[in-house]
Write a protein that binds this ligand. Structure first.
Ligand code: 5GP
Length: 212
């Protein structure tokens, strides 16, 4: 059939899994909310956790705040796409909403730690792993202290953990240094846009049937 309209051609059939990791305090939260404002078609996955809510965090928006028993029941029921223990608390990505969005052709952003990211890559080799690196250890320490949400001991624990995480950054598909929010978001949105053009996600047969 000849294509007669001049509207955009949408060849995409399934959504992509976009995983964004980076040390605590690397600015992931700000980056993700700015990214979502610029690319409103993205679906941001809301994780579940057993850590308590910080000031201003809302259940069902920032996280689903669960007890350990509730979390373990979800693990047993196979209801997580991935889960991991970070800083002594459980964190996990509920499977249902992610699968639903992907099947609707939406790209899904998971903001998760390195252990979770590598699990996702093993299960879904087509997923896109982006590691967000803070510009320096000193800057990361400054951001964590300024945030004022963690005790000195928790900050020290997080800084030690960061060193381990950064060593895994080479396993990611992309590295983005977060020295400036606007520039980092521009890079990430360019990555997401480019990844949408990969032939693996495009249904070329149905495109040919419809338009050629
Ligand atoms: P925070 O307590 O600072 O919100 O998050 C601590 C760490 O847990 C961060 O590195 C964050 O990316 C990670 N995290 C948040 N949600 C998930 C999740 O669903 N799965 C995994 N594996 N890590 C998560």
């Amino acid at each position: 059939m000849m294509r007669s309209s001049t509207g955009p051609v949408n060849m995409k059939t399934r959504g992509n899994l976009i995983v964004i990791s980076g040390p605590s305090g690397s600015g992931k939260g700000t980056i993700c909310s700015t990214l979502l404002a610029e690319m409103p078609d993205l679906h941001l996955s809301v994780s579940a956790t057993t850590r308590g809510p910080r000031n201003g965090e809302k259940d069902g928006v920032d996280y689903y705040f669960l007890t350990r028993v509730q979390f373990e029941q979800m693990i047993a029921g196979g209801r997580f796409l991935e889960w991991a223990e970070v800083y002594g608390c459980y964190y996990g990505t509920p499977r249902g909403p992610v699968e639903e969005a992907i099947n609707q052709g939406k790209d899904v952003v998971l903001e998760i730690d390195v252990q979770g990211a590598l699990q996702v890559k093993t299960m879904f080799p087509g997923s896109v792993l982006i590691f967000l690196i803070p510009p320096s250890r000193a800057e990361l320490e400054r951001r964590l202290k300024n945030r004022g949400t963690e005790s000195a001991e928790a900050i020290e624990q997080r800084l030690n953990w960061v060193e381990k995480e950064i060593k895994q950054a080479g396993k990611y598909d992309y590295l983005v240094v977060n020295d400036e929010v606007t520039a980092a978001v521009r890079k990430i949105s360019a990555i997401i846009t480019a990844e949408r053009c990969r032939p693996g996600l495009l249904d070329i047969d149905s495109f040919l049937q419809q338009y050629w």
